[in-house]
Design a protein. Structure first.
Length: 393
C-alpha cells in the first residue's frame, strides 16, 4: 500500500506542478531564450508515461495486452493483433518486431493519451491543467486509462477534436475521429456529434431543474431489471462497434460477467453522486464564465454521460460507449475547481464548495486505495511481478 500511495502522490505532485502556467522552464539555443512552457508539459507527460509504462497488473486488461505482446514477440502469432483495429494492431506489431521491451510499449500508449488530453485543454484553458491532474489521479480516471488503453486513446483524440466543432472546421474534426477509429472502432459513434453541436447555438442542458429531474429518473431506473433485454436487442449494433467478444461471453453462458444488477454501491458510488450534484448545480455559472463555447459542449457531453451511465449501470457492455460521454466528468470537475479557486474571494460559498469538491476527490482516492486489490489500483512495477496479487471476485 505504501508504494502505491507514494507513486500516485508523486505523480500528482509532478504533474500538478509541471503543467501549471506559472512554471517557466527555459533552455538556451543560440544565446536566445525561448518560452518553453510546452517543455514543462512535455516533461509531465513523459513522467506519466514512464511510470505507467513500468506498471504490472494495473488495470484489468493490462495483463491481457501484456500477454499478447510478449507472445507475439516470442512466437510471432497474429491472432490477437490481427483482430484489433488497424492502427493499434500495426503499431503493436511494429514495436514487437523491433524487440522493444513491453514497458516502452505501454509508455508509448500512455504518452499518446496524455498528449491529446493535455494539449486539448491547454489550447482552450491552460490554467485548468493543474486541476485536471488532480481530478485525473485522485478520482481514479487514471485507472480507466490504464485499463481501456485503446478506447481511452480514442476518447483523448475526441477531446482534442471538440475545438474544431467550436471553430466550425468539419474536415479536421472528421479526420481526428477517423484517426480515433484506427485505435477503437467505437469512435465512429462520434460521427453525428459534429452536426448536433455545430448548428446548436445554445447548450442543450441549461435548465438546472430539468437536469435534476433527469438525474432523479436515471437513479430510479438504475435499480430496474431491464438491462439484459436492451443488450440482446442491440446485439448487432454492439457487434458492429467492436464489442462482439461480449456476445461470445453470453453464448458461453457467462452472462453474470456482463450483467450485475446487484453491483456493490459503496461510498465511492455516493461520493460520485454528490460530485455530480455539485457539478450540475453550478454548471450555468461556469458556462457564463468560460464563454468561448468549449466548456458548454463538453458539459453537454458530460451530462449525457451521467444520465446514460446511471441507467446502464448494471451492464459492463452498455457502459463501454459511455467512455466518450461520462469520460468528461473529471474534465468538468477540473473546470469547476478552477472556477471556485478563481472566485474564492468573492464568496464564502465558493471557498466552501472548493474545499468540498477537493475533499470529495480525496475521499474518492481513499476509497479506491482501500479496495486497490479488487480494482487493480495497487501499483506494482514490472520487475516486482512476484508481488502481484488480485483478489478473486
Amino acid at each position: 500500500m505504501v508504494q502505491t500511495i507514494i507513486v500516485y502522490l508523486f505523480l500528482l505532485f509532478c504533474m500538478t506542478f509541471l503543467v501549471s502556467p506559472r512554471v517557466k522552464l527555459r533552455i538556451t539555443i543560440s544565446s536566445r531564450f525561448f518560452r518553453t512552457y510546452n517543455l514543462s508539459i512535455m516533461i509531465a507527460m513523459l513522467i506519466f508515461a514512464i511510470i505507467f509504462g513500468m506498471r504490472y497488473g494495473v488495470g484489468v486488461d493490462h495483463l491481457s495486452y501484456l500477454e499478447s505482446y510478449v507472445q507475439y514477440q516470442n512466437e510471432g502469432k497474429y491472432w490477437v493483433f490481427n483482430n484489433l483495429e488497424v492502427g493499434f494492431g500495426m503499431i503493436s506489431k511494429l514495436f514487437a518486431e523491433l524487440g522493444i521491451h513491453y514497458w516502452v510499449y505501454f509508455a508509448f500508449w500512455s504518452f499518446l493519451q496524455a498528449f491529446f488530453l493535455f494539449y486539448a485543454l491547454k489550447r482552450n484553458q491552460e490554467s485548468v491543467l493543474p486541476f485536471l491532474a488532480i481530478t485525473f489521479i485522485l478520482g481514479g480516471t487514471v485507472l480507466s486509462f490504464m485499463n481501456g488503453i485503446r478506447q481511452q486513446l480514442a476518447f483523448c483524440i475526441f477531446v482534442f477534436s471538440i475545438e474544431f466543432i467550436k471553430n466550425h472546421k468539419p474536415v479536421k474534426y472528421y479526420i481526428l475521429i477517423l484517426l480515433a477509429s484506427f485505435f477503437h472502432f467505437s469512435a465512429l459513434l462520434l460521427l453525428p456529434i459534429y452536426p448536433l453541436f455545430r448548428f446548436r447555438k445554445k447548450p442543450y442542458f441549461n435548465r438546472i431543474w430539468l437536469q435534476f429531474i433527469l438525474l432523479g429518473i436515471s437513479l430510479f431506473l438504475l435499480y430496474q431489471n431491464y438491462i439484459e433485454e436492451i443488450f440482446f436487442g442491440l446485439s448487432k449494433i454492439i457487434t458492429f462497434f467492436g464489442y462482439g467478444r461480449y456476445m461470445d461471453i453470453l453464448s458461453e453462458g457467462k452472462e453474470h460477467l456482463l450483467f450485475s444488477l446487484t453491483r456493490s454501491r459503496g461510498i465511492g458510488f455516493y461520493i460520485i453522486v454528490l460530485l455530480n450534484i455539485i457539478l450540475i448545480a453550478n454548471s450555468n455559472k461556469l458556462k457564463d464564465y468560460f464563454s468561448n463555447g468549449y466548456f458548454s459542449k463538453i458539459y453537454d457531453l458530460y451530462f449525457i454521460g451521467v444520465i446514460y451511465g446511471y441507467i446502464c449501470n448494471g451492464s459492463i457492455v452498455l457502459l463501454r460507449p459511455n467512455y466518450y460521454f461520462g469520460g468528461f466528468t473529471f474534465i468538468v470537475a477540473a473546470y469547476t475547481l478552477l472556477f471556485f479557486y478563481k472566485h474564492q474571494k468573492e464568496s464564502r460559498n465558493n471557498i466552501l464548495l472548493f474545499i468540498t469538491l477537493l475533499s470529495l476527490y480525496l475521499l474518492l482516492f481513499a476509497a479506491i486505495i482501500y479496495r486497490m486489490d479488487d480494482n487493480t489500483y495497487r501499483f506494482i512495477f514490472f520487475w516486482q511481478e512476484h508481488l502481484f496479487h488480485l483478489k478473486n471476485s
